[in-house]
Design a protein around this ligand. Structure first.
Ligand code: PLP
Length: 447
């Protein structure tokens, strides 16, 4: 790890002078100046190295600087760096073919975007035009992106500042046994009551007004709540009964994160539209998209689809997706995610929960885990209040600082830490991370 504090200081100074950061009060943030990254690690200019247990924003599923993907981008840049979406381009055709092959059922057409929010915007537009209806249902515990429709669909507090109060969005409660809205005590009860709640909500909203239901297959930032068996099949059945388009948002859960190519594969459910981004190319070049069923694609067979983006199917992004998917296949990266989850992270995190009073629940699959930190195990009172900031959030800030001190970059949201390393994390790296979490949880236990 090369050390160059002066360079680091210059990078930081220019950032503070000119970069306007996401989701932040600009005067109080203190971004780390990053000098480089490789595999599961990145480092700063001061000689500190971090094990990336956040995969950045849960997107670097193949880790940093994968040589095959870097080479594919370099090669494509030399051949054809950019070209408009209206043309047929080899890498765009091939990326679409590969993605369509991986997605479940008849999701055979791909509309490319630059990221997840645009994928959600376009999926919603397709659903509205396909059904001729306007309303879209989504859960409170969700995140779907920060553009107009996507931020209104989002359930978490990031919505509030942009919430138009209608925008055709209605929120409902998804299943989440640990904090059940339905007073359920078993997974089966939670599933049945969550489905009944959704049915009743649809009845009162008027089924003929509802274009789509959008769900994260496994909700990500909102807490990694693996749905109980039968829930997604139940929503599929409700959608079919009322002619509602079923959209699964696989932006975070897709491309290996849960130990399968798509989280939907765990339950054998096929949506009408599926959004993806992040892991499709690990974010090496901005890319997202919507996988579209034959039936919805047919709606736009002779009627123009009224949507587009200058960079839809950008050649560099498509080349990086092809290289990412083939590297994931060749190196059995999805299988690795499943195995590390089952053999190392799952058991390791449960062991931490057994030893640390502050861990209320461990849940997840693959390389997609959440630790719910609580003040009191019996009441399940969260370690910090919902959407806490400043002094109220201090216990989680202390936890995160202890992780960083130990050389681990954590993902922290409200009272949770998410354990979301790259899908190709090694067993040794996973164990190294568990040891740092162990020490950081002791800091929380100690108050
Ligand atoms: N959908 C889900 C499930 C996400 O997790 C995210 C981002 O975290 C988005 C959509 C938005 O994606 P993007 O930030 O690429 O617009």
């Amino acid at each position: 790890v090369p050390v160059d504090p002066e360079r680091g200081a210059a990078v930081k100074a220019a950032d503070r002078a000119h970069v306007f950061h996401s989701w932040s009060a600009q005067a109080v943030i203190d971004p780390l100046a990053v000098a480089g990254a490789r595999g599961s690690y990145f480092w700063d200019y001061e000689g500190n190295r971090y094990l990336d247990f956040s995969s950045q924003l849960v997107n670097t599923n193949i880790g940093h600087q994968h040589p095959k993907v870097v080479a594919a981008i370099q090669e494509q840049a030399g051949k054809l760096a950019t070209f408009a979406p209206a043309f047929a381009i080899d890498v765009r055709s091939e990326a679409a073919r590969l993605i369509a092959e991986l997605t479940p059922g008849d999701l055979n057409k791909i509309f490319f975007t630059n990221g997840g929010a645009e994928a959600v915007e376009n999926a919603v537009r397709m659903a509205r035009l396909h059904t001729g209806r306007h309303k879209v249902l989504s859960t409170y515990r969700s995140y779907h992106g920060a553009t107009a429709a996507a931020i209104n669909l989002t359930g978490d507090p990031r919505r509030w500042a942009s919430d138009t109060g209608s925008a055709g969005v209605v929120h409902f409660w998804g299943p989440f046994l640990y904090r059940s809205q339905f007073h359920a005590s078993t997974e089966a009860e939670e599933c049945e009551r969550a489905l009944r709640h959704l049915e009743e909500l649809i009845a009162f909203e008027g089924p003929q007004t509802i274009a789509a239901i959008i769900l994260e297959t496994v909700p990500g930032t909102a807490g990694i709540m693996v749905p109980p068996p039968g829930y997604l099949a139940g929503v599929r059945e409700i959608c079919d009964r009322y002619g509602i388009v079923f959209i699964l948002d696989e932006v975070m859960a897709g491309f290996g994160r849960t130990g399968k190519w798509f989280a939907a594969d765990h339950w054998g459910v096929t949506p009408d539209l599926m959004t993806f981004a992040k892991g499709v190319n690990s974010g090496y070049v901005p890319l997202g998209g919507v996988a579209i069923s034959e039936r919805i694609a047919e709606t736009f067979a002779h009627r123009p689809y009224p949507g587009g983006l200058t960079y839809s199917g950008h050649p560099l992004a498509c080349a990086s997706a092809i290289a990412t998917i083939s590297a994931m296949r060749d190196e059995r990266i999805v299988e690795n995610a499943a195995e590390i989850g089952e053999r190392v992270l799952g058991p390791g995190l449960r062991e931490l929960a057994a030893r640390h009073e502050c861990v209320g629940e461990v849940r997840g699959m693959g390389v997609f885990w959440a630790l719910e930190l609580v003040r009191d195990r019996s009441t399940r009172e969260p370690l910090v209040p919902y959407n806490a900031s400043g002094a109220d959030a201090a216990p989680m800030a202390r936890f995160a600082a202890a992780c960083r001190q130990g050389g681990l970059w954590p993902f922290v949201n409200m009272n949770r830490t998410h354990v979301v390393p790259p899908c190709n994390v090694s067993e040794a790296e996973a164990k190294e991370g568990l040891a740092v979490l162990d020490a950081a949880l002791s800091v929380v236990d100690g108050g």
